[in-house]
Design a protein around this ligand. Sequence first.
Ligand SMILES: NC(=O)c1ccc[n+]([C@@H]2O[C@H](COP(=O)([O-])OP(=O)(O)OC[C@H]3O[C@@H](n4cnc5c(N)ncnc54)[C@H](O)[C@@H]3O)[C@@H](O)[C@H]2O)c1
Length: 333
Amino acid sequence: MKLTIKSRFSNYDIFIKNSLLDSVEDYVDINQKYVIISDDNIPNYIIEKFTKKIDVMHIIRFPSGEKSKCLDEYSRIINFMIKNYIKKDIIILAIGGGVTGDLAGFVAATLYRGVPYIQVPTSLLSQIDSSVGGKVAINSEDAKNSIGCFYPPKMVLIDPETLKTLPQREFNNGMAEMIKYSLIASKTLFEFLRNDNVYNNLETLIYESLKIKKHFVEADEFDNGIRQILNFGHTFGHAYEVFYEYKKYLHGEAIALGMLKTINPDLKRELVSLLKKYNLPIEDSAKSKDLLEFIKRDKKAKTKSFNLIKVDEIGSASIKELDLETYEKELLR
Ligand SMILES: NC(=O)c1ccc[n+]([C@@H]2O[C@H](COP(=O)([O-])OP(=O)(O)OC[C@H]3O[C@@H](n4cnc5c(N)ncnc54)[C@H](O)[C@@H]3O)[C@@H](O)[C@H]2O)c1
């Protein structure tokens, strides 16, 4: 399966196929030189799919986890590459989850003012979300994704077979984002997730999820308008993450709780039963009022008005631009 994303930088293809990585030579240029960037938890069998077939000059590993999306790790990787005479004609392979994609993508965007990179996402969340759309970033000490830019990959290679080694909790984490796609854009996907077996249909489900992401990214590449619909559940979700200092919930788990906070009350029961199916959290003891403090701190930095993403019926979402008072009322409802 193939999708092409139109970008103002340059268009790029996404290939999705079971066992795709067994024939990487059919997708990447075997006459090129490559550097692999990957976290130290990504199994070697995935890395070897490339090292056996193409010319990999260096494999740069970094400690797995969100804490590596930082200036120190970024600086260590960039300096290593420059000291080892890596030149502009290199292609970076970002092999791993969203942390790897964001960090390696930001390295690619800034090394010599930009070298090409290929996303090889290996977690469900990165296969359906972070590897597509061109957002790359690292975190500052206080704010997530605060140092970054738009820099689309040259290509995205998705092999759902890699998910066989992904821990179950991480898989479910990705399912939260897939549920989000269904709520904002596809009743058919919602019904499928409710009634069918996802494990037997991953190629199709990844494709359908990315088709939705493609729609929003192409309509609003730089995230000034309609792309914000992709943030459904993220306002409260992000507040949960910060409230618990990123220790209690994975990103998708926090988004699951965030979606429950803002969904139309008539749809809540249906969402709860779907979240339960994928072992995602459905309640938390944090008070909305306390979470709101984090939301206001986060949002105030950006804008005077506040955008609330609403799902009024399954498969359809809208953005409401509200003043602070109405926004607070809506969130505390
Ligand atoms: N750029 C974007 O548009 C965008 C969108 C959404 C999320 N993100 C970012 O993505 C990050 C989260 O991504 P994530 O959930 O993939 O986290 P992650 O990259 O930390 O991966 C989760 C864990 O799974 C392991 N793993 C990945 N693939 C594996 C495999 N096939 N087998 C065994 N283990 C595997 C990783 O080593 C890691 O320990 C966050 O930093 C978030 O900000 C970015």
